[in-house]
Every structure is written in C-alpha cells, then in structure tokens.
Design a protein around this ligand. Structure first.
Ligand SMILES: Nc1ncnc2c1ncn2[C@@H]1O[C@H](COP(=O)(O)OP(=O)(O)OP(=O)(O)O)[C@@H](O)[C@H]1O
Ligand SMILES: [Mg+2]
Length: 110
C-alpha cells in the first residue's frame, strides 16, 4: 500500500521497465491481470485501485511474445512441461482466455 503520488513514483521506479503488469490479488485465469505501457497509465491506474481499496501486485513486464511455460514439479523433480501461447493481441497465455497449449521441453538451465 502507498499514500501520496510521490510514493507511487518510487514504486514504479523500483519495479522498472517501460511496460508494467498490474495484477489484482483476487484474480485467477488471467482475469484482473493488465499490462500498461506508459508511466502515466501505470500511475493513474495504481491510484485508482488504491482509492477503491483494491489490492494489487505490480510487476515488470517480461517480454516473451505471449508465451510461457507451465512446469509441474513433484518434490524437486520436473515431471511435465508444456508451453502456452497467448491469443493474438494478448500477452496472457491462459488457456481459459483462449491461449493454446503445445508440447514443450525445458532446458536444464531453465
Ligand atoms: N510480469 C509479466 N510479464 C509478462 N507476462 C506476464 C507477466 N505476468 C503474467 N504474464 C502473463 O499473464 C498470464 C496471467 O498471469 P498470472 O499467471 O500471474 O495470473 P493468473 O493466471 O490470473 O493467476 P494464477 O496463475 O495465480 O492463477 C501469465 O500466464 C503470463 O502469460
Ligand atoms: Mg497463471
């Protein structure tokens, strides 16, 4: 939580990057996850959520062309992986939001 626009600026600087992702804490399946590409957009949106008492998480946007990996781990062993590809025009790869799942392996480093 923050108060006053000065601390919003500090928060935005700390997270870094041009684009930032705002996530409502109560969301799942990609609902309540937004990307904002301008600083003034991030600032005004954070202030709106704050005023409405809605708790959010702010993250740097990680460029991944709308792709992510789902990795299932049992104990300390990776047992299954697949890649998810976001629908055109979206950055969220959730299957429930129209994303596509394709077989994929991850490298040892990943
Ligand atoms: N910081 C980020 N940078 C780039 N893409 C992101 C970022 N955070 C989320 N995404 C994309 O948006 C999708 C949804 O985000 P996330 O998984 O955090 O929310 P959720 O699926 O609603 O929540 P949960 O996985 O906890 O049920 C991710 O699968 C990923 O494709
Ligand atoms: Mg998710």
């Amino acid at each position: 939580m923050f108060s006053g626009s000065g601390s919003v600026d500090l928060l935005i600087d700390k997270v870094g990057g041009v684009s930032q992702v705002i996530k409502q804490l109560t969301g799942s399946q990609g609902v309540g996850v937004s990307i904002i590409d301008t600083r003034r957009g991030v600032k005004s949106t954070l202030e709106s959520f704050s005023k409405s008492g809605i708790r959010v998480l702010l993250q740097e946007y990680i460029e991944s062309s709308g792709r992510d990996f789902r990795v299932f781990v049992v104990g300390n062993k990776v047992v299954a992986t697949y890649q998810r590809i976001a629908p055109r025009g979206d950055f969220r790869a959730n299957i429930s939001g129209g994303g596509k799942g394709v077989p994929a392996k991850i490298t040892k480093g990943e």
